[in-house]
Design a protein around this ligand. Sequence first.
Ligand SMILES: NC(=O)c1ccc[n+]([C@@H]2O[C@H](COP(=O)([O-])OP(=O)(O)OC[C@H]3O[C@@H](n4cnc5c(N)ncnc54)[C@H](OP(=O)(O)O)[C@@H]3O)[C@@H](O)[C@H]2O)c1
Length: 319
Amino acid sequence: MELGIRSPVHATLFHHFSNSLLFPARLTLLNTTSSSFMATHLHVSSEEFDPSPSLAIGQHDLLIVGPGILGRLVAHNWRQEYSGCQVFGQTATTNHHRELTEIGINPSLKWTKASLKFPYVIFCAPPYQSSDYLGDLRLAASCWNGEGALLFTSSSAPYDCNDNGLCHEDSPVVPTGRSPRTDVLLKAEKIVLEFGGSVLRLSGLYKVDKGAHAYWLEKGIVESRPDHILNLIHYEDAASLSVAILKKQFRGRIFLGCDNHPLSRQEVMDLVYKSGKFSKKFEKFTGNNDCFLKCLFKHSNAGTTLVIVGTLRFSMISN
Ligand SMILES: NC(=O)c1ccc[n+]([C@@H]2O[C@H](COP(=O)([O-])OP(=O)(O)OC[C@H]3O[C@@H](n4cnc5c(N)ncnc54)[C@H](OP(=O)(O)O)[C@@H]3O)[C@@H](O)[C@H]2O)c1
């Protein structure tokens, strides 16, 4: 059962949310103490590292801008695909450099400011830590050498769907000017697409201790309607999906990543309760006429959408 949900390559990713709550130990990255590449010759330490222009970059080396939860899982998966490759991580601060080094990621604040070019670049830093997110995106894109792939992990927020209805890769996006949040994401996406990179719009990310359910559990009583539909994606699946897209070397494409198992807020919290894994008790949703904030993602079964979303869509690009 657990194996069945660990990889979205399997044709049945349904009930993913409930399964992962039942198997909270499925996040295995932290057990990864050995690495095919440790940064011995780079003298990486918790001090800031100055990227050397003479550093040799291999054909499968990967730069991760924003090696947080998702980025580290991507690094783990990437090294499984390409043992011996180098993985570089650019962060906003040096706070996590030591732990990144320990898991085989070469950390720096400056990879994208060096003259180095990388065959694979993934940008998975959220917007909130940067005063110039678009500038960061531009720098990251310009250090891609154009050979492998460039991928930006965006959000599903730009989709202009607010009625609990269907939403797919080609659904209309929020018009410019309506929301600063979506404006920034759409501009960021445009930069990446102009460079020939691709965009992965992710629905809400979760793992056992992080995500909407964890937030609601913490609050206990939530002033939102219980019947709002969510379609989330587990961090591990988002990482697998990102790696699959990188490997396929897509150019200029927009993908939607969600696990194709829509649940209402209430259903999510019912599963949390049934899992027996959480000591806190969620009380209730109290909203009844607040609007549907963001609907979404029931995957269109029409077969016309381009890729992704769990099940069959995912296997299309992972084969
Ligand atoms: N969370 C969600 O529900 C959700 C939904 C849709 C899409 N996404 C997207 O999914 C991606 C991954 O999210 P996550 O939860 O894995 O993020 P996360 O764990 O919060 O990642 C934070 C990492 O990004 C680094 N960082 C932040 N701003 C940076 C910048 N401007 N330049 C370089 N590094 C920067 C941080 O550096 P430090 O180590 O110095 O702190 C840290 O390593 C993001 O692109 C996010 O926007 C998230």
